[in-house]
Design a protein around this ligand. Sequence first.
Ligand SMILES: *Cc1c(COP(=O)(O)O)cnc(C)c1O
Length: 399
Amino acid sequence: MSDQQHWHPQTRAIRIQHPTTDAREHSVPLFLTSSFCYPDAETMRAVFADEQEAYIYSRFSNPNVDEFVQRMCALEEAEDGFATASGMSAVFASIMAFLKQGDHLLSSAAIFGSTHTLFSKYLPKWGISYDEFDMRHPEQLEKLIRPETRMIFLETPSNPGLDIIDIKQVAEIAHAHGLLLNVDNCFATPVLQKPLLLGADLVVHSATKWIDGQGRVLGGIVLGKKELIQEVYLLCRTMGPSLSPFNAWMLSRSLETLHLRMMQHSANALELARRLQQHPVFRNQPEKVKYPFLETHPQYAIARKQMRAGGGIVCFELPGGLEQGQRFLNELQMLSLTANLGDTRSIASHPASTTHAKLTEEERLAVGITPGLIRISVGLEHVDDIYADIEQALRKSAG
Ligand SMILES: *Cc1c(COP(=O)(O)O)cnc(C)c1O
């Protein structure tokens, strides 16, 4: 075991495996069992008394779920983790394990829609107050900290505006005030960015996106120091948002290719973004194409400092607003029109008429969603084919 600690995270994401059964299988079997057996009453008593370690019940832990958690810990360089049924249950658990009535939460403004609903609609109902800070101006953050503030939550790169926030800078502010820093690392994955190494206390993921990588299963995880994850575990084993063994088995298998996939998604995305900046629609306003690793990105320097590559999301702003946004989607022939992201298949979406349609125009603009904004989740098809489809739709929707 000790040798494995020296392996690269990408090796450990492949080689960490649940010990083989008597069948001596090469690949891990699927443990579709809700509970586990004991050889005798004394062992059973000792396990329940926490004197002996063994599986009890799959709401608490399961071999497939454990394997996924251990591989994620290796990738994020985290001490421990707890896997959940979806990204939202991971976000929920990472908040509720630490905040109580009277506490205050600070969050970056541009966050995933359901996370925003949880913070703005449900937390106040339970007596937890909440304020947002503009991630483009992190210096505002300190003014919003109150005696009852307990945690700072942030998402970087943000969805869908791709704003980047300096994790290390926010970690320093958080720790100077004794607050926990919780980072949603869904867009970058641990292959591209490791918030815990930059000072974050907790990392949450929707494993549904890049981690699964083929749009098949829902999942999530919270990662961090052992004593913090123990709190998440105690809450979740009681509340029950645990990851199913089948989904864990799928996700664990996906982790074996995560490194390879994220580097290729990023290479395709950077190439696509560069070609779009050369396109006649954007040539005179290259800043309308947004990607963290383009020199024109407002937080390019921060992105280069904390990310290994720019990730798989590219955004651009069509000059024809809402109407051209919808026309553009209708002209696409290969790209899928769907709300998911992080798939091998490229996906196009128009946030202003779909995921963010419920916000007011003002709220949308505050988080960088202009009427003509298109979000592309760049897949693993050949970049020439991805560009060709977008290019013909740009041309046909321009009229
Ligand atoms: C999708 C997503 C979530 C929620 O994850 P689910 O698995 O859909 O519950 C949270 N944060 C970000 C950034 C996401 O993209």
